[in-house]
Design a protein around this ligand. Structure first.
Ligand SMILES: NC(=O)c1ccc[n+]([C@@H]2O[C@H](COP(=O)([O-])OP(=O)(O)OC[C@H]3O[C@@H](n4cnc5c(N)ncnc54)[C@H](O)[C@@H]3O)[C@@H](O)[C@H]2O)c1
Length: 377
């Protein structure tokens, strides 16, 4: 994994990110800039106030920054052509399940058609590059089974957000089969993969309806944390873990023409990191040094998936990536970030120190601790 975090691989690389003003995109930008990449971003303004993009002063890391919509095809094409990237990370999305219920049509337009717009811009540009499309663990047909989802499992999605992410996967697979065939990569030089991660924790997220955000917001006010789905089980992970997965995959694709890399990849936590929202909230209270939560389950609220588990065998065995920070550490680092923010620290410096700590810890993670199969698979 650490080979792909090698500065020699990224130094001077032209990287185009959509969604760089968002939570994950701004962390990825911070990391890529630290590795020496030249950054070009395309996104709407940060979706919340406050936000990580501004808190860590990420805007100044960009050589090119376009504030525009992924549905604006001419602007997207122009920004992509001007950036002339070697690597593209597509993170721009309507990223919330509940907003998907409120604005289903827009969610499909941004997430599914937005992905088609980006891939069409890549096709029309006609120049070689590595493209990673960020979807979600929610792209799978979720029959509430207790087993883990593998990359070969059927796509689905009962709610608009989940279905829009499955649709983004289908769009990606269709462009790959039709225009960027992995077995002909030496001719067209366009390498396309999709990446599926679970629910991420980390400093700088203020999105509504995310439990870690609710936890921190209420703990900092000394108020009980409202919990809507205490029994929902999610594969929680620190934001740097899937981002390390994206960097590892993109790095492998830069180095190798192996057709197998141009496919779908899960980047979830270690087996056992899937715990209920109730347990997660208890861990946040403990890491904060006190606090309470209150059950606000409401049978009339829109349904969310009950259990989601990702199988990561493929990334562990084929990329030698593995999750690094266990759940306790992920919660602890998240709490540390918000405490530093409340104390008025420089959050760019603080974030970079967390990336440094993560990188040194990643060197020491033995492969076998990550490669634990779920029972029955
Ligand atoms: N945060 C999570 O737990 C999680 C889990 C799984 C997958 N994901 C996926 O990761 C990606 C990033 O998620 P995030 O948590 O950083 O989301 P976020 O809401 O913080 O950021 C979304 C980004 O997309 C941009 N955007 C939204 N609509 C746009 C549009 N119409 N045109 C251009 N830009 C637009 C926003 O400006 C922002 O930069 C998304 O694709 C999301 O679906 C997130």
């Amino acid at each position: 994994m650490t080979d792909s975090l090698d500065e020699r691989l990224w130094d001077g690389r032209r990287v185009f990110l959509t969604g760089h003003t968002g939570f994950k995109g701004s962390w990825l930008s911070l990391w890529l800039h630290r590795l020496g990449a030249r950054l070009f971003g395309y996104a709407l303004p940060p979706p919340t106030h406050p936000n990580h993009f501004e808190a860590a002063q990420v805007r100044s890391l960009f050589t090119g920054h376009t504030e525009a919509d992924v549905r604006d095809v001419p602007r997207l094409q122009a920004a992509l052509n001007a950036a002339d990237p070697e690597v593209i990370f597509h993170l721009a999305a309507q990223a919330l399940v509940r907003t998907g219920y409120a604005q289903p049509h827009e969610t499909f337009e941004i997430n599914a058609l937005g992905t088609a717009n980006l891939l069409e811009a890549v096709r029309r540009r006609g120049r070689g590059c590595v493209v990673l499309i960020v979807t979600s663990d929610k792209c799978y047909e979720n029959c509430e089974a207790t087993r883990e989802f593998r990359e070969t499992d059927p796509l689905g999605g009962a709610d608009p957000y989940s279905a829009s992410k499955a649709a983004a996967e289908l769009v990606t697979a269709a462009y790959r089969r039709s225009f960027f065939a992995p077995e002909r990569v030496r001719e067209h030089r366009i390498k396309l993969a999709s990446v599926r991660a679970g629910n991420v924790l980390g400093g700088g997220d203020w999105a509504p309806d995310r439990i870690a955000v609710d936890a921190i917001t209420h703990l900092s006010k000394g108020a009980p944390i409202p919990v809507r789905n205490p029994d929902a089980i999610r594969p929680w992970q620190h934001v740097l873990d899937p981002l390390a997965g994206y960097l590892t995959l993109a790095g492998s694709m830069l180095r190798s023409d192996d057709a197998a890399l141009c496919s779908a990849w899960n980047f979830g936590p270690q087996h056992g990191a899937e715990i209920s929202v109730r347990q997660l909230v208890q861990r946040f209270c403990a890491a904060w040094g006190g606090g309470t939560w209150v059950d606000q389950s409401d049978p009339r609220q829109p349904p969310e998936a009950g259990a989601l588990r990702l199988n990561i065998d493929k990334a562990v065995s084929q990329l030698r990536w593995r999750p690094c920070w266990r759940l306790a550490r992920a919660v602890e680092e998240t709490v540390r970030w918000y405490r530093a923010h409340l104390a008025g620290e420089d959050m760019r410096t603080f974030g970079l120190s967390q990336i440094d700590a993560f990188e040194s810890d990643a060197i020491g993670v033995p492969m076998e601790t990550a490669h634990i199969r779920a029972p029955g698979r």
